[in-house]
Design a binder for this molecule. Structure first.
Ligand code: AHN
Ligand code: ZN
Length: 341
C-alpha cells in the first residue's frame, strides 16, 4: 500500500481523520488501544489569578467524621444512600453544578450494585478542566483480618479522600479559579472480589463507568486521592501514575516538597502499579490520572495496618496528613489556573 507520493485516496483519509478529530470527541471506538487523550490546551500566566487558599484541616476532618458517623457506606445499604444525599447537598452548598450519575452493575458474585458517581463541577463549560477524585463507598468485608466480627468503618479508606475534596470544593465555591474543575466521588470502588483469585475488574466499578461515559469537555488530567488520612501516611510514586503521567507526578511531588506541611509525606519511593480508580479511569477514557495513595514498603502491610480491617476508624485519622495532601492539591489547582503549575 506504500506509494511514493500520497495518493488522492490517502489525502482524503487524512482529511477525513482531521475532520473526525475536530468535530467528534468520541473517537474511542476507532482505536484498538487506549483512547486518545484530550487535545492539549496551552496555559498562559494570569497575573490576576486567585491566590492559593489555605486548606483547613479541621474542616476536612469534620467532613471525614461526618461520613463515618453515617455508618459504613457499603453498597446497597441505607447508610450508603444517606451519605450520598449528604454529599450531593454539600457540593450544592459549595456552589458546584451537581450531577448524580446513577447506574447498576453486577458485582463479582452477581449482586446488582446500585451505584451513584457524584460529580460537582466548577466552570462546567470551560474547555480546560481537571478532575479531582476519590471513592466514597466502603468495603463490604474486613478481609484483611481474621476477626469475623470486624467491620470496615472506612475512615481512611474512602472518607479521607472525600473529606479532603469537600474542603477543596468549599474553597472552589468561595473563590472560583478560572479553569474547569470536576470533583468526582466514585462509587463501587471497594466491592472487589475477596479471596485467593485476583479479579482486577471487580474493583473500581464506578471509575470504569465514569471513564467509559466521559463527555466533552474532557479533563486534561486527574488526581485521585485514596487513603490520605492516616497518621504517618507516606505517599510514594505509584507505578501506573509514573507510567502514564510522569511529568504530572514530578510536578505534584516537587510542589509537595516545597510545602513545609507536606514535604515529609511525599517520598521518592517507587511503588509498584496499584489497582485503583485512576487505572480504570485512564484505561476507559485515555485521560491521564495520578494516584496519591498511602502505600510504602515501610508500612507493615503496604497500605497500612488498618486497611480492610476493623481498625479503619476516626482514631487513626490525623489532621496533619489531611493537610499535607489537601494543601498540595489545592495549590496544584490554583497554580494551574494561574499558569504557574
Ligand atoms: C486492591 O486492593 C486491589 N487495590 C487497592 C485499591 C483500594 C482498595 N483502595 C482502597 N481500597
Ligand atoms: Zn479499600
Amino acid at each position: 500500500m506504500l506509494t511514493p507520493r500520497p495518493s488522492f485516496v490517502a489525502v482524503l483519509f487524512v482529511l477525513a481523520g482531521l475532520l473526525t478529530f475536530s468535530s467528534c470527541e468520541d473517537d474511542a471506538a476507532s482505536t484498538s488501544t487506549a483512547p486518545a487523550p484530550p487535545p492539549k490546551i496551552t496555559r498562559e500566566v494570569d497575573p490576576n489569578a486567585k491566590p492559593v487558599p489555605r486548606f483547613d484541616a479541621d474542616s476536612a476532618y469534620a467532613f471525614v467524621a461526618k461520613q463515618v458517623a453515617f455508618g459504613p457506606r457499603v453498597m446497597n445499604t441505607p447508610a450508603h444512600d444517606a451519605t450520598g444525599d449528604w454529599l450531593v447537598a454539600k457540593l450544592k452548598s459549595f456552589g458546584a453544578a451537581v450531577e448524580e450519575q446513577k447506574f447498576t452493575v453486577p458485582a463479582y458474585d452477581g449482586t446488582p450494585l446500585k451505584s451513584t458517581n457524584i460529580i460537582g463541577r466548577y466552570n462546567p463549560e470551560n474547555e480546560y478542566r481537571i478532575i479531582l477524585a476519590a471513592h466514597w463507598d466502603t468495603r463490604h468485608v474486613a478481609d484483611q483480618t481474621d476477626d469475623p466480627s470486624a467491620v470496615v468503618e472506612g475512615a481512611d479508606d474512602g472518607a479521607s479522600g472525600v473529606g479532603v475534596l469537600l474542603e477543596i470544593a468549599r474553597h472552589l465555591g468561595l473563590s472560583t479559579p478560572n479553569i474547569g474543575v470536576d470533583i468526582v466521588f466514585f462509587d463501587a470502588e471497594d466491592y472487589g472480589q475477596p479471596g485467593e483469585v485476583y479479579n482486577q475488574d471487580s474493583w473500581g466499578l464506578g471509575s470504569q463507568y465514569y471513564g467509559k461515559n466521559l463527555k466533552a469537555p474532557k479533563p486534561q488530567y486527574g488526581i485521585l486521592l485514596d487513603m490520605v488520612g492516616a497518621k504517618n501516611a507516606r505517599f510514594g510514586r505509584e507505578g501506573y501514575s509514573t507510567q502514564n503521567a510522569p511529568m504530572l507526578v514530578d510536578k505534584v511531588w516537587r510542589l509537595a516538597k516545597g510545602l513545609p506541611m507536606s514535604a515529609a509525606y511525599f517520598t521518592d519511593e517507587k511503588l509498584q502499579p496499584l489497582t485503583d480508580d485512576h487505572f480504570f479511569f485512564m484505561r476507559e477514557s485515555g485521560v491521564p490520572m495520578i494516584d496519591i495513595i498511602n502505600f510504602s514498603r515501610t508500612n507493615t502491610r503496604g497500605f497500612g495496618d488498618h486497611w480492610h480491617t476493623g481498625n479503619d476508624g476516626m482514631d487513626i485519622i490525623d489532621k496533619n496528613t489531611l493537610r499535607a495532601v489537601g494543601q498540595v492539591v489545592v495549590a496544584a489547582v490554583y497554580r494551574d489556573a494561574a499558569g504557574t503549575f
